[in-house]
Design a binder for this molecule. Structure first.
Ligand code: G3P
Length: 224
């Protein structure tokens, strides 16, 4: 599969949990099919099976640990995610940060189990350092803008251009406060592959049209 262009992170939003997770994932599937944009979802581990079994989209976990076959009570094991049909997982999300040593170990174990790993970073510099550990993609998200109404593209466009220059755009997602077509278009025009988004969809009055607008933003950005 080509690198995803939009990942919708369901976090623990109640309207993106349990059966609601499946409803939202079906919307994601529909928009992806209609627009041709590759859109995946990052769901809670407990919702993986339900979403994987009832949709045909790339489904990611939100976190995993460097836990292999053995005694790792309470950990989320890469082979567990794979067994549930996950395509991959986020790692080191701002809301679930781990040390650089743990990132390295998790990438190693996760890759061995066949997970597609999207490692998150708070700055372009951290993203560059983490990219050396060889995840499949990097998502750069300034934490102070996460969940807010001002996007990284508007408030900190320099982060976007720095990240593209330092990491390379093809395996780069950008996120934090992304809310509309213009945000996505400007990110893609700057050279990023796509966006990692949560509240712009999970808290939207009409998630389908909000996501459709973002998908159109990807296509706008690719046109230049
Ligand atoms: O993982 C996506 C994320 O942290 C950005 O959240 O709500 O600002 O789109 P949000």
């Amino acid at each position: 599969m080509e690198n995803p262009q939009i990942i919708v992170n369901f976090k623990t939003y109640a309207n993106a949990t349990g059966f609601n997770a499946l409803n939202l994932a079906r919307i994601v599937e529909k928009v992806g099919k209609d627009t041709g944009v590759i859109i995946g979802v990052a769901v809670q581990a407990v919702d993986l099976s339900r979403v994987v079994e009832n949709t045909n989209i790339p489904v990611f976990g939100q976190h995993f640990d460097a836990a292999s076959d053995g005694a790792y009570t309470g950990h989320i094991a890469p082979h567990g995610l794979k067994n549930h049909g996950a395509h991959g997982s986020l790692l080191n999300h701002s809301e679930k940060r781990i040390s650089i040593d743990d990132i390295e170990e998790a990438i190693d174990v996760g890759r061995r189990e066949g997970l597609f790993i999207i490692a998150c970073a708070d700055t372009a510099y951290t993203g560059k350092a983490i990219s050396e550990l060889d995840p499949h993609m990097i998502a750069v998200e300034p934490p102070e803008l996460i969940g807010g109404d001002v996007s990284v593209c508007t408030a900190k466009p320099q982060i976007v251009t720095d990240a593209v220059a330092m990491i390379g755009g093809d395996r780069l997602l950008i996120g934090a406060g992304i809310k509309n077509r213009e945000d996505v278009k400007s990110a893609v025009k700057a050279g990023v592959r796509g966006v990692l988004v949560a509240s712009g969809i999970t808290r939207a009055y009409d998630p389908e049209s909000a996501l459709r607008e973002m998908a159109l933003g990807i296509l706008d950005g690719l046109k230049g």
